[in-house]
Write a protein that binds this ligand. Structure first.
Ligand code: NAD
Ligand code: GLY
Length: 372
């Protein structure tokens, strides 16, 4: 209990260690109102907050009130993955131009992964790159998308097809913002949290198995621990391989299946839900290939299901379309599909060498784990 109280009260800080481009991830309560923290990371006087029409009425005032009103403006995007597009990118650029933002401006992304990815891509490219601060307001963005510098917009032909690696100079994960998050989006963040347990941290996976109720209640101590543990794994992986030339690819566990499901459902299936289904399919494939014990594949599926995450793809997905969509993934290298497979809880690897018949069997089984 003492440990829980401590977690509730203490602000945590991690560093993504990238030499001169290192930056802090600050996790805690009341951070959006911490003007001193934010001002320390601004490049100059000008600031543009990019947010969306859902987050603005909930959380914009807290940030805006802490910053000097002069030279501050706000660009509000329409909500949703459907707007993670070049049109939204162009809308922000137009906004920056019309408000005469110069190279010493700072773009603050206040919102979920969609706002962060689009605003980050603008920050990477506006006048060849301006300062960028991430203020993630969804669980998914706090544990994943705001950390590591991947920025992108979607193309009708595939997800995240246009983007850049561009690191923020600060990530502010204010846990208070999660109180307003709808259950469906909160659950999506839990999918990425579970991912960290499977890819690198068996003890964390087991902690999650015993803390389902606390996390579903959004208990602050449990959430602090989950966000902190997830971010520290992500920070370590990014520090080891910033541009995904090697180990960083493990962060995409379940994502090649998931991205295909998102594309094929025209983004009606949310990212976290699609990743949950993808993790079940990647575990099933690992079991079919004899790499992963079936009871461990089952535990992954059961943990996802206990958080009310979907574990089978939408019924109308056809196996051939799914295979084709997976072939469009950025993980395809020299024409060969690469997948993250599991050897054991906490131990995954990336390979382009697997039996494609087993992959087809996994896709056709549609999330039903092989038990033969
Ligand atoms: P999202 O940004 O669409 O947010 C989900 C919903 O929650 C939206 O409707 C949003 O407006 C709303 N919302 C945000 N904060 C809220 C709050 N505090 N209270 C109430 N509502 C709130 O989706 P997401 O799940 O945050 O992120 C998914 C996106 O992130 C996808 O585009 C995915 O590709 C991307 N992503 C990027 C990376 C990366 O490394 N860059 C990693 C993982 C995912
Ligand atoms: N979400 C995958 C990555 O950041 O590499």
């Amino acid at each position: 209990m003492a440990a829980s109280r401590e977690l509730r009260l203490v602000r945590k800080e991690l560093v993504v260690d990238l030499g001169a481009r290192s930056y802090p991830i600050v996790i805690g309560s009341g951070l959006l109102r911490d003007g001193e923290l934010i001002r320390r990371h601004l490049a100059g006087r000008q600031v543009c907050i990019v947010t969306n029409n859902i987050v603005a009425p909930l959380h914009l005032a807290a940030v805006r009130d802490t910053l000097p009103a002069q030279d501050l403006d706000v660009c509000i995007l329409p909500d949703g993955e459907a707007h993670k597009t070049l049109d939204s990118y162009a809308m922000i650029i137009e906004h920056l131009m019309s408000h005469r933002h110069n190279r010493s401006t700072t773009i603050i992304a206040l919102g979920g992964g969609v706002v962060g990815d689009v605003a980050g891509f603008v920050a990477a490219t506006y006048q060849r790159g301006v300062a960028f601060v991430q203020m993630p307001t969804t669980l998914l963005a706090q544990v994943d998308s705001s950390v590591g510098g991947k920025t992108a917009v979607n193309h009708p032909g595939g997800k995240n097809m246009i983007g850049a690696f561009y690191q923020p100079r600060l990530v502010v994960a204010d846990l208070d913002t999660l109180a307003t998050l709808p259950d469906s989006d909160y659950r999506c963040g839990l999918a990425e949290v579970i991912k960290y347990g499977v890819i690198k941290d068996r003890a964390f996976f087991e902690w999650l198995e015993t803390n389902v109720d606390a996390l579903l209640r959004r208990d602050t101590a449990a959430l602090s621990y989950a966000v902190l543990t997830s971010c520290s794994t992500k920070a370590a992986v990014v520090a080891a391989d910033e541009r995904e030339e090697g180990v960083r690819a493990i962060l995409n566990f379940g994502h090649t299946f998931g991205h295909a499901i998102e594309s094929l459902t025209h983004y009606e299936c949310l990212h976290g839900d699609a990743v949950a289904i993808g993790m079940v399919m990647a575990s099933d494939l690992s079991a079919r290939l004899g790499l992963l014990a079936r009871d461990q594949a089952r535990r992954i599926k059961e943990l996802l299901a206990s958080f009310d995450l979907p574990v089978t793809p939408p019924g109308n997905l056809n196996a051939e379309a799914m295979q084709q969509a997976m072939g469009m993934d950025k993980k395809v290298l020299n024409g060969r599909l690469r997948l993250v497979l599991v050897r054991a809880l906490g131990d995954v690897f990336v390979t382009d060498s697997f039996d494609h018949g087993a992959l087809l069997a996994t896709i056709s089984a549609g999330g039903r784990l092989c038990d033969g």
